[in-house]
Design a protein around this ligand. Sequence first.
Ligand code: V47
Length: 383
Amino acid sequence: MRAETLDSREQNGFRSYDKRLEPIAAKVLAGERLDFNDGIALYGSTDVLAVGWLANHVRERMHGDVTYFNVNRHINPTNVCVAACKLCAFGRKKGDPAGYTMALEEAWETAASGYSEAVTEFHIVGGLHPDLPLEYFLDLVRGLKQRFPKVHIKAFTMVEVAYLARRAKLSIEETLVKFREAGVDSMPGGGAEIFAARVRSIICDHKIDGEEWLETARLAHKLGFKTNATMLYGHIENDEDRVDHLLKLRALQDETGGFQTFIPLAFHPENTPLDHLPVTTGLTDIRQIAVSRLLLDNFAHIKAYWQMLTPKIAQISLRFGADDLDGTVVEEKIYHDAGATTPQGMTRKELCRLITEAGRVPVERDTLYHAVTRTEDSFTVAV
Ligand code: V47
């Protein structure tokens, strides 16, 4: 067994005891695209280190040692939500005493509070509130732009855009144009979950379906918005569902080129109706980062979101395909309501330490991946 392992084929430094990885390694080393069956083989291989080696090879081909992070602040204006998704511990029904909705002044004050480090990005997502009109969100963004003109506003998932459009009786395009005029600069990747209808009907049956999510992203890209994409894994989906999800994102990226970053999100079951499910394990998380890097050959960035993965797993991910850790965050509600034990935020210094100790080179970026240079409390962006 041992001899067999050592004798297994070696290609450019790649070696594995799993024969199924050999043709995949040949494609990866030649810069060729992987297909559905390759994705299934990568999820099925017990040689996670070999899968990680391949992902790291691609990551270093694209980015060398550079590892990105940003100085951002999350703002969740409301947790009141009509959707009642089984995957979620954050949303509250209207009238629930634990529900909250920020007055605009409160949201603007929240934006200003936290670390003294000047943030370069506000990341804004929230519940699907049955009464808050589109105008509330437009005013929220306008007010932020007025008060913080240098800060990039990455706001509203495809799910929120589609919901607000329907409530305002506007098309998706009209709604996106209003957001752009108000000051939204780009969009986060949430709400994608898993596109497969069988899974979606159980974990988030009131949300837009997978096709609508993709169509909304397509329209956003056509209007010039950069957006991110996510996938929620580690619940009731299987390997086929995950590969299908990744390949649908890859196909849309071929068409529009509008995605910047992919963020795999590990399901946190605590305080959700799916709390009987186990949490993901470290190797599952790391393999997911690696498979994402290998299948999404047209995505520039794979983010190991430290809030969701824990700083320790996020750091290890930097050697398994990830080139981005997300940012300082300051205050996080979605994962902490679902039992996350990670800190609420991290400083620039802490993020840099994680990256440096992984043998990588930290680069502070803005949302669009321009390098940021800092002097005391101000910053300049190299465009
Ligand atoms: O869409 C909700 C997920 C997402 C749970 O674009 C859960 O840069 C795990 O999309 N367990 C919101 N996940 C977060 C998100 C995100 C985060 C960081 C960066 C970016 C970006 C986007 O969180 C939701 C949903 O998929 N989620 N509940 C839960 N219990």
